[in-house]
Design a protein around this ligand. Structure first.
Ligand SMILES: Cc1ncc(C[n+]2csc(CCOP(=O)(O)OP(=O)(O)O)c2C)c(N)n1
Length: 388
């Protein structure tokens, strides 16, 4: 292991706790979470986010709340799990995002011996990696004074990445006193109060009151699938989307990208894209992931460890590669798509008709408001090719 003899993470967390004001803080799993809870217990903390997801949740929050400081407490293991998050930050993040990577050279929080070294213990330098991805405001520190000085050295418009070299010692301060769902409620309620946004909409109407009117949805008419999907997302109030190009959604994605009133983030991997959606939802947005079914498969971990563990909704539009009628060679993927959704307990609806696209989005959003879990819409191959 590298970083032998340095300070322990807890020393830096104590110094950070004295420095933070109202920032939202997203923590890595295991002892990073418990240590942070012990030094700064607050509803502004989201604890125990999974490996490789901490910085994507923080990025989603920071994009949705550009006026609010957001700090990620990540680990070397988490960053090496999917370092593409550095590239996404370089492309998207503003100065309100700070990512602190505690580099203890290994996978320590499992708490079991032998401690296994991460790539940094074999010489891969996280700060060099961050710079290679295009991040400019990057520093490595190994003592508390340098850490505090680096926190102050802000650069306009650029996110800050601090690699903090620590030893492998942990502070045992007891378990978290709440589960992830309670943490989600507390965190999102805190954001509701501090930003005047409404995140939880458990009931559409008061008893005895008239039902809330449907959103006005223009008829699909003779339009193409891509146009109808784009309109349907907007008319139903979706205001944040992530995507990675896929042929059946290409027109809808193009229209979302061109629409300057809409936040569309083009991601290098659907998994962290779903992390961005989760962060955006926690900050009051209505997110959608517009992804191939192979992108869904690539996101199984992120959905189960993130959305399903906290109870976070996101509309998933997944293109049905390998569905009946597909002329390419993805039959095995098509064959398991609905089974994968079922196995993940992600409710879903297959859409075959153009006229059903917009009402299906409306109904999925209503369902998610009540159930606080993702919902997937699966347009058939033939529908996605309808003048797409
Ligand atoms: C996808 C996945 N694989 C393995 C684990 C088991 N695990 C729990 S904590 C941990 C170490 C994480 O390393 P790092 O982010 O560097 O934080 P550290 O524990 O060193 O503080 C591992 C591997 C996990 N939670 N998720």
């Amino acid at each position: 292991m590298n970083a032998k003899g340095g300070l322990k993470r807890y020393a830096f967390l104590k110094a950070l706790a004295d420095r933070v004001t109202d920032q939202l803080v997203v923590t890595n799993l295991a002892n990073t979470a418990t240590e942070w809870f012990s030094v700064r217990p607050s509803d502004a903390n989201l604890y125990a986010v999974g490996m490789g997801m901490v910085s994507s949740y923080a990025l989603g929050l920071s994009l949705a709340l550009p006026g609010r400081g957001v700090i990620a407490l990540d680990g070397d293991g988490g960053i090496f799990f999917d370092s593409s998050i550095f590239g996404l930050m370089a492309a998207q993040a503003g100065a309100n995002l700070t990512v602190i990577v505690f580099d203890n050279g290994g996978y320590i929080s499992t708490g079991k011996l032998p401690a296994v070294g991460s790539l940094s213990s074999s010489g891969v330098d996280l700060a060099t990696l961050a710079r290679a991805y295009g991040l400019t405001n990057v520093a490595t520190v190994d003592d508390v004074d340098a850490f505090l000085r680096a926190l102050d050295a802000r650069v306009p418009d650029a996110p800050l990445v601090l690699v903090v070299k620590t030893n492998a010692e942990q502070q045992f301060v007891g378990p978290l006193p709440m589960d992830l769902k309670e943490n989600k409620y507390r965190f999102a309620r805190h954001i509701e109060q501090s930003h005047g946004v409404r995140i939880f909409k458990p009931s559409a109407k008061e008893h005895g009151a008239k039902p809330v009117a449907d959103p006005t949805l223009r008829d699909a008419g003779q339009s193409s699938f891509g146009q109808v999907l784009y309109e349907g997302l907007k008319e139903n109030g979706i205001d944040f989307a992530v995507g990675l190009p896929c042929s059946g959604f290409s027109l809808a994605q193009e229209l979302l990208i061109k629409d300057e009133t809409f936040t569309y983030v083009s991601v290098p991997h659907e998994g962290p894209g779903l992390g961005l959606c989760a962060g955006a939802w926690l900050a009051g947005r209505r997110p959608a992931a517009v992804i191939e079914n192979f992108g869904l498969f690539a996101s199984v971990y992120h959905l189960l460890r993130g959305h399903m563990s906290y109870g976070i909704p996101t509309l998933i539009l997944t293109e049905f590669r390998g569905d009946i009628g597909d002329q390419e060679f993805f039959a095995e993927g098509g064959e398991v798509t609905l089974d994968v959704l079922r196995a993940m307990r992600i409710n879903h609806r297959v859409i075959e008709r153009l006229d059903d696209v917009k009402p299906a989005i409306r109904d999925a959003l209503r369902w998610m408001d009540g159930c606080l879990r993702p919902f997937a819409l699966v347009p058939t191959f033939n529908l996605t090719r309808l003048k797409s």
